[in-house]
Design a protein around this ligand. Structure first.
Ligand SMILES: [Zn+2]
Length: 301
């Protein structure tokens, strides 16, 4: 075992801008615990790239192992919260021409809650891919030319290489088709000595690299994609009661920032015991605790 001093001196290379820190400076490092039942007692190291401000998980993981019992892939349901937020997400796509006739790939679909929502909305040319969910682990076989629209929502922060994931999504998108990527936000995480307020967006050890909105835009531009639209606010931020990021953050906090507890069938009962959660349910939109940038690109025809 290395002691804490040695561990702080690990070298890191930014997977977004290529900045090399050897050794990393302690001012650019912090620690935070996990926010699931399995990892709530473990502390993980985070490094912030001084070049592009992307946040990197420093401790390696075995992806197959950590996703073998991932609560979001197991317990997420198409409830009122999900419907409200997915309506918002779908609106971001239909506003730019995506229709129910289009072939759509949900890249990193988890337990396919968004796919079920799309099905309810009359979309029937839809495919899911998620290497860590058995039903969706098969490599997607795109229609000739590629999918009309590829959606990778809350996925790029989970992969080993954001740029490799972007290239993979691009190859699956037809020329002239759309690629949507939404993710956690590295901006607003300023004090590396106190990462606890950001425990939900840091989501250790599952979030590997968290980009800024600008670096996300730049990664797409580097690949030759045309920027269609970018947003700061989370797709989860709606005016509908209970459907906003701040409420979700406060709800998880009320459950001790343990996702398994927050996803349990009786989890909503805590709102009756903690009436202040109703305030966030109604007004959380106006007091967001974090942003979640998204970018919509078009693959040039
Ligand atoms: Zn960087």
């Amino acid at each position: 075992m290395q002691d804490a001093t040695d561990r702080q001196s690990d070298a890191m290379t930014c997977l977004v801008c290529g900045h090399v820190a050897d050794p990393v400076e302690s001012a650019h490092c912090g620690t935070v615990r996990g926010n699931t039942e399995r990892f709530k007692g473990e502390v993980f190291r985070i490094w912030r790239c001084p070049g592009c401000r992307a946040l990197h998980a420093m401790d390696p993981v075995d992806m197959a192992d950590i996703y073998s019992d991932y609560p979001l892939n197991r317990d997420r349901t198409l409830d009122i919260f999900a419907r409200g937020t997915y309506r918002n997400l779908l609106g971001r796509l239909t506003a730019h021409g995506v229709s129910s006739a289009d072939s759509i790939l949900d890249f990193g679909c988890g337990n396919a809650v968004f796919l079920r929502f799309l099905g309810e909305q009359g979309f029937n040319n839809i495919t899911g891919y998620d290497p860590f969910v058995r039903e969706y682990a098969a490599r997607p076989e795109p229609p000739e030319g590629g999918y009309d629209c590829v959606i990778a929502n809350d996925v790029i922060e989970h992969v080993d290489s954001p740029k490799a994931m972007m290239r993979e999504c691009l190859e699956l998108t037809r020329p002239g088709g759309l690629l949507y990527v939404g993710t956690a936000d590295a901006q607003g995480v300023d004090d590396m000595a106190d990462l606890t307020p950001h425990i939900m967006r840091l989501h250790q050890p599952f979030h590997r690299v968290i980009l800024t909105q600008q670096s996300l835009i730049d990664v797409g531009l580097e690949l030759g994609l045309e920027l269609v639209q970018t947003r700061r606010r989370s797709y989860m931020d709606t005016f509908m009661p209970f459907s906003n990021y701040r409420f979700l953050d406060e709800f998880n906090r009320a459950h001790g920032h343990n996702l398994d507890a927050a996803l349990a069938p009786d989890a909503a009962g805590i709102v009756a015991r903690r009436p202040q959660l109703l305030f966030w349910a109604l007004f959380g939109y106006f007091l967001p605790s974090a942003m979640e940038p998204s970018v919509l690109w078009r693959r040039p025809a």
